[in-house]
Design a protein around this ligand. Structure first.
Ligand code: SF4
Length: 388
């Protein structure tokens, strides 16, 4: 097909990954769990002739069930978990900074984009103590599925196969990193792209457009509006702001939408007032813009930024390398972003710390953000890599 002509290596990987998923699905000895990233639901429909910006969350869930996954879960659950951990870390750094601790590392950088983490490790080895230590939602999901959820099912982690559907090609590499394995068994076994999922649905002869909408399974399928906006540039930091604001001030957030953090421009900055403090936030999407912002930080942080969100792909994950091709058409990206913010608005709960299943996992399993168990399962560290 088209991909063979454009990118033969990519086509091969694509083929191999699809058939690994099929192998897992037909293996009666395995429990196969799938997680879908926030940006996938805002673009998958395009592969089936639907308009850009069509939200197909319910049809996607139905298709995954038809394909035979035992549990259809949502990376959005893990995005809420990421906010709990990353938000607690930001809160901790800000509180120490206010108390005058000069060793504290600010700005704190978000760490959920492996495209950007790889770039940082090779190009900015002197800045490796700045990112949040929180794992990405894909990896948090895998880690929790193979501990908390496997324990609920009374099965060993080796019996579970975790498949992720991602808008991203860098996620395949992330899933294969040694630090995300336990005794050689990866937290995420197979990562496929949005395009690969579409391919799989077509191979299985499922009439996607005709499917009735269905809901994700519980407990790892429940999420908030804060999680779904991870898919658009600025979304992670907006989600974190919603939670950090309430935890820091103890007050209810009256206006949940932080419009000042949204948009499609490559570099944006905004200030948010939390109590008496102005929190300065920087957002970059696209590696060229990320480099500019990081060079600023290296040269002394002239804008006095406290937190930065960086996404390697222009527009964030909605424009990821595993999404249906958008051929640089910015209108398509805007429509996908609109779909993401619509899903956020339609969610009954829009702040990560209010997700009842997140509350439950802390009560029963993790105890609290940044606990020893959370550190063990949900955090990582970075190391310098050779320039490629
Ligand atoms: Fe992947 Fe791009 Fe999203 Fe980064 S911004 S996680 S590289 S899709």
């Amino acid at each position: 097909g088209q991909c063979v002509a454009v990118c033969p290596v990519g086509a091969l990987t694509e083929k191999e990954n699809i058939w690994s998923v099929v192998d897992a699905l037909v293996n009666k000895n395995k429990v196969v769990v799938v997680q879908t990233a926030p940006a996938v639901r805002a673009a998958l429909g395009e592969e089936f002739g639907l308009e850009a910006g069509s939200l197909v969350t319910g049809k996607m869930v139905a298709a995954l069930r038809r394909l035979g996954f035992d549990y259809v879960f949502d990376t959005d659950f893990a995005a809420d978990l990421t906010i709990m951990e990353e938000g607690a870390e930001l809160l901790d750094r800000l509180e120490r900074y206010i108390e005058g601790d000069e060793s504290v590392k600010l700005p704190m950088l978000t760490s959920c984009c492996p495209g950007w983490v790889n770039f940082l490790e090779s190009q900015f080895p002197d800045l490796l103590d700045i990112p949040s230590s929180a794992k990405s939602p894909q990896q948090m999901f895998g880690s929790i599925a193979k501990s908390y959820f496997a324990q609920k099912l009374f099965i060993p982690r080796e019996k579970m196969v975790v498949v992720s559907v991602m808008p991203c090609l860098a996620k395949k590499f992330e899933a294969s990193r040694e630090e995300f394995k336990v005794k050689g068994n990866p937290d995420v076994d197979i990562s496929i792209s949005t395009r690969e999922l579409a391919h799989l649905i077509k191979i299985a002869n499922i009439d996607f457009n005709d499917l009735e909408e269905e809901d994700f399974d519980k407990p790892l399928g429940e999420s908030t509006g804060a999680a779904v906006i991870f898919g658009a540039t600025g979304g992670v930091i907006e989600a974190a702001t919603r939670t950090v604001y309430e935890l820091f001030t103890g007050k209810k957030l009256e206006k949940i939408d932080f419009e000042e953090l949204r948009g499609i421009e490559g570099i944006r900055c905004a200030s948010i007032k939390i109590n008496d403090m102005d929190i300065n936030i920087g957002i970059a999407s696209g590696l060229g813009n990320a480099r500019k912002l990081l060079e600023e930080i290296r040269s002394g942080n002239p804008r006095n930024l406290h937190a930065i969100e960086i996404m390697a792909c222009p527009g964030g994950c909605i424009g990821g390398g595993g999404q249906p091709y958008h051929h640089g058409n910015i209108e398509i990206l805007k429509k996908r972003a609109d779909a993401i913010y619509t899903e956020d608005k339609n969610k009954p709960i829009r702040k990560s710390h209010e997700n009842p299943y997140i509350k439950e996992i802390y009560q029963k399993f993790l105890w609290e953000p940044l606990s020893e168990k959370s550190h063990h399962l949900l955090h990582t560290s970075y190391s310098p890599k050779q320039k490629v």
